[in-house]
Ligand binder design. Sequence first.
Ligand SMILES: [Zn+2]
Length: 473
Amino acid sequence: MTNKNITILLILLTSLFFNSLSCFANTDQRITDIRFWQSPEEAQVVLDLILPPKVSEVNRLDNGTLYFDIKSCLFKPGKQRYALQNQFLESLTVQQNEDSSTRVHFKVPQGVEAKTFVLPSNERKNDRIVIFLREPKAKILLKQSAELNEVKKLKAENIKIVVLDPGHGGEDPGTTCNGIVEKSYVLAMAKLVKAYFDRDPRYKAIMTRESDYIIPLDKRREIAERLGADAFVSIHVNWNAKKAIAGIEVYYESPKGAVNEADRLVADKENKADFASLGTMNPVIAASKNQIAQMQANIMDQSRQLAEKIENKLAKAVPNLQSRGVKRAGFRVLHSLNMPSVLVECGYTSNRLDSEILKDYTSRTKIAQSIYAGISNFLQTKVEGGIDSEYLEYYRAMNARKAKIEAAKKKAAAKNKTNTKTKLNRKHTVKHGDTLSAIAQKYGVTVQSIKTANKMKKSDIIKSGQVLVIPSK
Ligand SMILES: [Zn+2]
């Protein structure tokens, strides 16, 4: 090798070195963590990042592998293959490219739907890229129809179906305080409650989630509706900045939440189309808004009874765990028209004594037993026939208010229309004895504005029979 060649090589190496340095120095973006969530039907791969990512399109290789690039993004291990083989994913490889971008390769089994999207940061999480995977639709439908047959059998045997819904999960931890992570705590609590039902042949208890993954709020309710649940109970723990606040609460749908839901049901044509595509006739489709309100008032009265029965048991469950009573709130999981639905807050993690009680094994068992006993009490006692008249009153008042606002809007629009019309049509035919200043006063405009609008010179005078354009004010 000559000297010259060595120099060239050195320059090349130096420039490569500086190039790569500048590439790396250019970006603070990097993948900080890769997480995986799985439910029976869906899975998610979540890539945590520092900054909002620039992501390329998803491309497909000949062998079926999918890949995308995250521009200007570091991946510290360089290359990593993840052993995540399951029904959703055959392989996942993340690799730093030479141009300082990072490439994500993944392969899914045939039929599995894959969608990639970016989630912006929030107060708890950084920016994320999510690879969302779903079982083939046909497989899901098959599973659901098997489930439905099972439910029919249970119903024929007069076995009551209870759906327990542990709140939050996966990406959404819920409240985290005093050593309690809500998503894990309520999952364990729901399992405890279920264990009581499992020992009782009068019931079949089903959970909306059985491990650590997130389910959209509406889907929780839909699962229970699909299973023809006789009662739906969502389980949570509460948090408040005021640490003195303590105790259990049992919620059912609020009038405000129900009115909004009634509006949504009437307005949401897509919702109707969805039901139609399933081949089932949902009574909501045929119902008018007033009929929907009646159905709501009916089911809300049952929800109240369920809430009261659970609260009654919980209030006596643990001596130092006080009850803040039955309350109403417009929680999305409580919107059902088909089944009594309540949400139990088992205590405040932000309160020292409550959190100690919540963590204590005996107390936890007692809370679970009380939730079970309350639900059972509701399902074994004849539901009192009733209607939530508070809601119906609210519904009528809100509708009257809306009608009033609507009428006022219409009136204003009509007035506006005539105003513009008169403004456009304002013309004045000069009569004998008219003066410019008298005309200006009559229309509330200035003499000069009339002169300008009619291109009159200073010396021009008006004549009888002349038509003047009157400018708007
Ligand atoms: Zn919660």
